[in-house]
Design a protein around this ligand. Structure first.
Ligand code: UD1
Ligand code: UDP
Length: 369
C-alpha cells in the first residue's frame, strides 16, 4: 500500500491529473490517495474539480489578483510544509510546468518525499521561452525521482540531461485520457454569445491566449490579427475564450470589445470548451493543452508562439507555429480558410500525444515501485 499526495493548482494541471487521481482511487488495495490543491487558479480550477468530481483533502487557497511568481512560489512552499509533515506520503505527484509544479516538487524534496512528475521531459531548449515554464520543468526534473514522459521525444530529452533510463516511463499524455473521457458527454450550449455565433452559420475561429511572453505588445498584435481576419473574411465569427489573468483581460477587452463578429467569452468549463473546439473551423492559441488536444479532434491549430515544446504536433502537421506578428497570423489563417487542400492536410485526426491510457500506465508503474 502506497500513500500518494497529488498536488496541483491551475486549470491544465487539474485536467491532466484528474484521470490519474481517478485511476489511483480505483485501486484502494494499492494506494491511499490524498489531493492537495494550491489554488494558484481559483475559478478556473474549481471548474475542473466540479466536472471531474474531485473533492480536495487540502486547499491552500493561495490565489491573489495579479499574483507574482515569488508570491505563488513562497505560498505553495509554506502551505505544503505542514501537510507534508503530517501526511508523510511515499510520493508526491505533480504535473507539467507551472509554478505550483515546481514549488510542490521543491516542498516534497525539502521533506524527503519522492516526487513523481507527470508530463516530464518537454523542452524548447530556450530557458526563457516559455517563461517561466521551461525553467519550472527543468527544475522539476532535477527534483523528481520518477518521470512520466508523454512521448519518446520527451524521454530522449530527459536521457540527454542525464536522467537514468530506469526512472523514465513513456506513458502518453494524460490530457488524452481526460479528453476521451469527456468529449462524448452530451452538452447543449447555453451561452448567448456562443449560440449567436453558431446560429449565424458562419465558420467559427476559436482563440485563446495567455502566455507571459505574449503579454503587452504581442497580445495587441494577436487582437489586431483577429480584427483584420473578421474584416477580410465575412463568413467567419471569432470566439475568444479570455483567460482571467488581468494582463490578458485588459488588452483583449480594450482591443476587441464590441467588435462585430467577435465574441468574448469567459473561460469555459472543459466539456463546453471541447464541444466548442469541435464546432470550430480553426483554432488560434498559445495554449499547451490545446495543441495536444486538437489533433484528436481533427482541428488545425495556429500556434501563437515563436517556439513550442510540443514538436510532435508540428511534425505530425496538425499545428503550425505562426508567432504573434499580425500579418503572419492573418496570412496563415487566411490560407487555411480559403485552401481546402491545406485545410485537409492539417486536419488529420491522428494524435501523437497518447492513446487515452496514460493514467493507467502511471498507476501501474507507481504500484510496482
Ligand atoms: C498559469 C501558469 C501557466 C499556465 C497557465 C494555465 C505559472 C507561472 N503560470 O498562468 O504556466 O499555462 O496558468 O492557464 O505557473 N486568475 C483569476 N482566476 C483564476 C485564474 C487566474 O482571477 O481562476 C487571475 C488572477 O488575477 C491571478 C492571475 O490570473 O493572479 C494570474 O494567474 P497565474 O496562475 O499566476 O498565471 P497564469 O497566467 O494563469
Ligand atoms: N480550456 C478550458 N476552457 C477554456 C480554455 C481552455 O477548459 O476556456 C482547457 C483546454 O481544453 C486545455 C486546458 O484548458 O485542456 C489548457 O489550459 P491553458 O491553455 O490555460 O494552459 P496551458 O495548457 O497553456 O498550460
Amino acid at each position: 500500500m502506497k500513500r500518494v499526495l497529488t498536488v496541483f493548482g491551475t486549470r491544465p494541471e487539474a485536467i491532466k491529473l484528474a484521470p490519474v487521481v481517478e485511476r489511483l482511487m480505483q485501486r484502494p488495495d494499492d494506494f491511499t490517495v490524498e489531493v492537495a490543491v494550491t489554488a494558484q487558479h481559483r475559478e478556473m480550477l474549481d471548474q475542473v474539480l466540479g466536472l471531474f468530481d474531485i473533492t480536495p483533502d487540502y486547499d491552500l487557497d493561495i490565489m491573489v489578483p495579479g499574483q507574482s511568481l515569488t508570491q505563488v512560489t513562497t505560498r505553495v512552499l509554506s502551505g505544503l510544509a505542514p501537510i507534508l509533515e503530517s501526511s508523510r506520503p511515499d510520493f508526491v505527484i505533480v504535473q507539467g510546468d507551472t509554478t505550483t509544479t515546481f514549488a510542490a516538487s521543491l516542498a516534497a524534496f525539502y521533506h524527503r518525499v519522492k516526487v513523481a512528475h507527470v508530463e516530464a521531459g518537454l523542452r524548447t531548449q530556450d530557458r526563457l521561452q516559455p517563461y517561466p515554464e521551461e525553467m519550472s520543468r527543468r527544475l522539476t526534473t532535477q527534483l523528481s525521482d520518477v518521470h512520466f514522459a508523454p512521448t519518446v521525444a520527451a524521454r530522449d530529452h530527459l536521457l540527454a540531461e542525464g536522467v537514468a533510463d530506469g526512472r523514465i516511463h513513456v506513458t502518453g499524455n494524460t490530457v488524452i485520457d481526460a479528453l476521451i473521457e469527456t468529449m462524448d458527454e452530451p452538452y447543449e450550449f447555453e451561452d448567448p454569445t456562443i449560440c449567436k455565433a453558431l446560429e449565424s452559420g458562419r465558420r467559427i475561429v476559436l482563440v485563446t491566449a495567455h502566455r507571459r511572453e505574449n503579454w503587452g505588445e504581442p497580445m495587441r498584435d494577436i487582437c489586431a490579427a483577429v480584427s483584420m481576419l473578421v474584416r477580410t473574411h465575412q463568413d467567419i465569427h471569432v470566439l475568444f475564450a479570455v483567460h482571467l489573468n488581468p494582463q490578458v483581460q485588459a488588452v483583449v477587452r480594450e482591443q476587441l470589445g464590441g467588435l462585430e463578429r467577435v465574441g468574448l467569452l469567459p473561460p469555459l468549463e472543459y466539456l463546453p470548451f471541447i464541444k466548442l473546439m469541435l464546432a470550430s473551423e480553426i483554432i488560434l492559441s498559445d495554449s499547451g493543452g490545446v495543441q495536444e488536444e486538437a489533433p484528436s479532434l481533427g482541428k488545425p491549430v495556429l500556434v501563437l508562439r515563436e517556439v513550442t515544446e510540443r514538436h510532435e504536433a508540428v511534425e505530425a502537421g496538425t499545428v503550425l507555429l505562426v508567432g504573434t506578428n499580425s500579418e503572419h497570423v492573418v496570412a496563415a489563417a487566411s490560407r487555411l480558410l480559403t485552401d481546402p487542400s491545406e485545410y485537409d492536410r492539417m486536419s488529420r485526426a491522428a494524435n501523437p500525444f497518447g492513446d487515452g491510457n496514460a493514467a493507467t500506465r502511471i498507476a501501474d508503474v507507481l504500484a510496482s515501485l
